[in-house]
Design a binder for this molecule. Structure first.
Ligand SMILES: [Zn+2]
Length: 62
């Protein structure tokens, strides 16, 4: 299993997500393809992307 792609994190990765999306939330180590995230960073990623989606929704609603 690869390790987490977030700079400064050496935990074991549990998920792979879109590198572009992960970049909006974290500073990532150099690499290509999917970004690998550990359990903690994946949780944070989900939380932040969910919040962003909600804001976009509210903006759309006016
Ligand atoms: Zn991590």
């Amino acid at each position: 299993m690869p390790t987490c792609d977030v700079v400064g994190c050496d935990r074991e990765a549990v998920r792979a997500v879109s590198r572009e999306e992960a970049r909006k939330v974290f500073r990532l180590k150099e690499g290509r393809g999917k970004a690998h995230l550990c359990r903690e960073h994946y949780k944070e990623f989900k939380k932040k992307t969910k919040k962003e989606r909600k804001l976009r929704y509210l903006a759309w609603r006016g």
